[in-house]
Design a protein around this ligand. Structure first.
Ligand code: C5P
Length: 246
């Protein structure tokens, strides 16, 4: 373990969020990218439009794909969806921790049934768009930070591989949960980049130093004048922190 407490990770740390409406736009970006430099994230909109065929194209080009569909349903249904994701050959899939222990355990079992190629299974704790008021509306009388910790602990107990969290939550989650869980963090903005609609942002270097395992990066790469150069800069910044911490 490094002095900066940076857990080891195999392969690229950047997961480029393919937030496009059309498969052809996603693919024309992907044509410029190299699977040794990034992984890819496919979310609800693109998946509903382009489906498993697009995911197969991406994996066929050598990319590891995070299928970000945030499953939340009865355990049997979530297990079926996770099994289908595993069979599709994705690298990572996720569920909502608020679906509870039985749902997460069913997801774990389903994912594991894929054997050696089983995807990583992570949980969303509290959506970053949710405030304490949203939690209260839905019957959880607690603050967001406490709910994040509670759900992160629950997902670790249920055997999940990690959680999606803001990079700013990563330090506390590392303190509480240790080095084992994967922390997958959106809200990344290189110095000087537009923050867009993200409020709680960290630079790539700060996110890695805070204990993030993987950085989900959308617009700073997808909307860059030169996405390849933007990704190279982010990877260079990450590499510098990892070298300093080694
Ligand atoms: O463009 P940007 O870098 O803000 O994209 C971030 C990606 O991470 C988007 O796909 C967004 O949906 C996702 N995400 C997020 N905040 C979360 C969970 C996911 O921004 N809490």
């Amino acid at each position: 373990m490094s002095e900066l407490n940076i857990p080891a990770v195999r392969g690229p740390r950047v997961v480029v969020a393919l937030d496009f409406q059309e498969a052809r736009d996603a693919l024309s970006l992907v044509d410029q990218l190299d699977p040794t430099q990034c992984r890819l994230k496919v979310g609800k909109e693109l998946f509903v439009r382009a489906g498993p065929a697009l995911v197969e194209k991406l994996t066929g080009r050598g990319f590891e794909v995070f299928l970000d569909l945030k499953f939340h349903d009865i355990p049997n249904t979530v297990a079926g969806a996770c099994r289908a994701a595993a069979q599709l050959g994705v690298w990572m899939v996720n569920v909502h921790a608020s679906g509870g222990r039985a749902m997460m355990e069913a997801a774990r079992e389903a994912v594991d049934s894929a054997g050696a190629s089983s995807p990583l299974l992570i949980a969303v704790t509290v959506l970053t768009s949710s405030s304490s008021q949203v939690l209260a509306e839905t019957g959880a009388d607690t603050d967001v930070g406490r709910q994040v910790l509670r759900l992160a602990r629950l997902s670790a107990d249920a055997g999940l591989d990690g959680v999606v969290c803001s990079a700013q939550e990563a330090v506390e989650l590392r303190e509480v949960l240790g080095q084992a869980p994967l922390l997958v963090t959106p809200g990344i903005r290189p110095a000087g980049a537009e923050s867009g609609d993200q409020h709680r942002i960290l630079t790539p270097a700060a996110a890695i130093a805070a204990g993030s395992s993987f950085l989900v990066v959308g617009r700073p790469v997808t909307r860059a004048q030169d996405p390849v150069v933007a990704l190279e800069q982010i990877n260079r910044e990450i590499g510098q922190v990892l070298t300093a911490g080694a």
